[in-house]
Design a protein around this ligand. Sequence first.
Ligand SMILES: Nc1ncnc2c1ncn2[C@@H]1O[C@H](COP(=O)(O)OP(=O)(O)OP(=O)(O)O)[C@@H](O)[C@H]1O
Length: 388
Amino acid sequence: MTTALELSAITYCHPGAGRPTLAGIDLDVQDGEMVAVVGPSGSGKTTLLRVAAGLEQPETGDVLIDGISVLDVPPEGRDLTVMFQKPHLFPHLNVLDNIAFADRLRGLSRRQSRAAAQRYLELVHLGDLGRRRPRELSGGQEQRVALARGLAATRRVMLLDEPFSALDTSLRGAMQQLLMEVRAALSPTIVIVTHDLDEAGLADRVAVLVDGRVEQLDAVAQLYAAPKTVAVARLVGGFNEVTGHVSAGVHRSDLGSFTLPATCRVAGAAILLVRKERLELVAVDAGSALAGRVVQVRQSGPRQEVTVELDPSATGQRVRLDVEVRLGTVLRLGDRTGVLVPSSDALWSVPCPDGEVGERLVELREHDAGRHQGTGPTTRLEQGERLR
Ligand SMILES: Nc1ncnc2c1ncn2[C@@H]1O[C@H](COP(=O)(O)OP(=O)(O)OP(=O)(O)O)[C@@H](O)[C@H]1O
């Protein structure tokens, strides 16, 4: 596989901004690959696309297409197409000529460019609407035409900036389905900026942008199973976080001691990450369950979530865990319940960000030191044993 687009050590600062928007971006997109760019609002996603497209010039770094620097090439010469949230169709041209426009610019005859445009129009399931004007289209149809026009114009890489975010949920779903069909038919190379993690899941890899840097570039399943940092975990969402520390592959905290998967190579101050849907509510006296009581029950869309406050640990701390349960599970505030923490392969841990290594961690370390004083070498606690 060849690298279609590469951003190398890109830095960029908006005029008047206090700090760089892009602070050393490295990103490669392989031929035929779809890479999604996600990140908190203001993290620089659109700026990154604009730099790739040549609409902004980076301060340092390079943009390469097929291994050749295009820094000196203007946007229209870069073989990249950008598609924005708003379709921006030409109002005076009919749908077919909107799609045929790029080929006409490249010098193709009207007949050739319209024939190609018709094929793209059929690909987006609007084969009959070629003669309509953009004002005669619904929002969803307009966005399909914009996609067809983008595909017709693209020679190398398509850059999509939240292209479906203005559409309602069902239209967005339909456009995502269409994007999959287009990928299966044409294997275009795509970079898509999105806020929607489900949409990002359509991509081969997802780049998580935090503070102007690519914090992680991985398949979406990896972001859920093995986030590199707490910022990535928070962006992905759905994790319980418990601060503690790791030594010899065991995370120790007020929740207890949990062996981490061998692939998790964190040491020192670290946050244990446990996904809400991997915790299980069981009978309060069930074997290795942690006991507590229900302090909140809430419904969010098709999901039901329960917050359980665990009985105090030996150090007096009351850890709260969010648990996703089956919709319709009957639970009342104050109910006693057990919480079963999954086995090590469903756990993960990330380093504590510097600012979050707080007093609690110091207390935990002191507690551990006291616990093991005079008892010889530290023994590994059993999985799930609370500190006492
Ligand atoms: N033209 C500009 N001049 C000055 N600052 C800008 C300009 N455009 C964007 N910024 C700032 O640069 C930062 C990154 O903006 P950008 O639009 O790239 O972020 P984003 O991740 O795409 O955000 P969102 O998800 O909200 O669309 C923001 O702090 C924004 O306010």
